[in-house]
Design a binder for this molecule. Structure first.
Ligand SMILES: Nc1ncnc2c1ncn2[C@@H]1O[C@H](COP(=O)(O)OP(=O)(O)O)[C@@H](O)[C@H]1O
Ligand SMILES: [Mg+2]
Length: 250
């Protein structure tokens, strides 16, 4: 059986700096993997290379049996199958929650407005925000805005969702509501690649934690193994550091 997502030997350079130095990973259907690592280590670049927002210099990315890195003309179609949730929400400020969630299905999938509205309402319900369908982003808390962005990703019926530090722009008291939605999604069988330092989330749903540093994967393993007995000294040190920084919310 082929994995849902396969990243093979991906390299990316910005000027003199090689930001990704040969990253390989796989996600089976329904798996959740959490990527951790110091700032500037290439985590965001890796996610962007996966959906080709940033084309890698070398290596390949496969979504099922389609090579994303060679997709060219069909890249928009492939990108629609990979949801992306950003740290900064990236909602359209002139559209309501409903407008933000249904715009993808209408514009990209050419869905009729009525059908897209029903679908968007279902997704807003799923993230607990059906009562905020008519609110604009500025009228929502950060946690609510991030839940709208998750509903927006879900409305495209993606094969997987990439999350780039989805809770790091939030006030601590708003992190829980977003993590709850993400935990429910993971338990529902969504395939997710999540850059996050929320180790409570990782412990409860991650099949694997991937520790990246300086553009390479230092170590990967189940949360149990990574916390109890990491193979690399650096992994232990980093996990200890995250615990100090994020421990109370994780
Ligand atoms: N568009 C870009 N142009 C030049 N350098 C970049 C660009 N994007 C990222 N970088 C550099 O690549 C490195 C990794 O960045 P990033 O992937 O954002 O790391 P992380 O998400 O782990 O914090 C950093 O040194 C960053 O400055
Ligand atoms: Mg980043």
């Amino acid at each position: 059986m082929c994995p849902l997502l396969k990243v093979e030997n991906v390299h990316k350079r910005y000027g003199k700096e090689e930001v990704l130095k040969g990253i390989s990973l796989e996600l089976e259907r329904g798996e959740t993997k959490v990527v951790i690592g110091p700032s500037g280590t290439g985590k965001s670049t890796l996610l962007r290379c996966i959906n080709q927002l940033t084309p890698p210099d070398q290596g390949s990315v496969w979504l099922e049996d389609v090579e994303v890195t060679h997709a060219r003309s069909s890249i928009n179609k492939l990108r629609a199958q990979m949801g992306f949730v950003f740290q900064s929400f990236n909602l359209f400020s002139h559209l309501t929650s409903l407008g933000n969630v249904r715009i993808g299905p209408i514009k990209v999938k050419r869905m009729k407005k009525g059908t897209a509205t029903c679908l968007a309402m279902e997704e807003l319900e799923r993230v607990g925000l059906s009562d905020k369908a008519d609110a604009y982003p500025a009228q929502l808390s950060g946690g609510q805005q991030q839940r709208v962005s998750i509903a927006r990703a879900l409305a495209m019926a993606p094969k997987l969702i990439l999350f780039d530090e989805p809770t790091s722009a939030l006030d601590p008291e708003l992190i829980g509501e977003v993590l709850e939605v993400m935990i429910a999604l993971a338990k529902d069988g969504m395939t997710m690649l999540v850059v996050s330092h929320e180790m409570g989330f990782a412990r409860s749903v991650a099949d694997e934690i991937i520790f990246m540093e300086h553009g390479v994967i230092v170590e990967q393993g189940t949360p149990q193994q990574m916390f109890a007995a990491p193979n690399q000294k650096r992994t232990g040190e980093f996990l200890h550091k995250i615990d100090e920084l994020y421990g109370e919310t994780g």
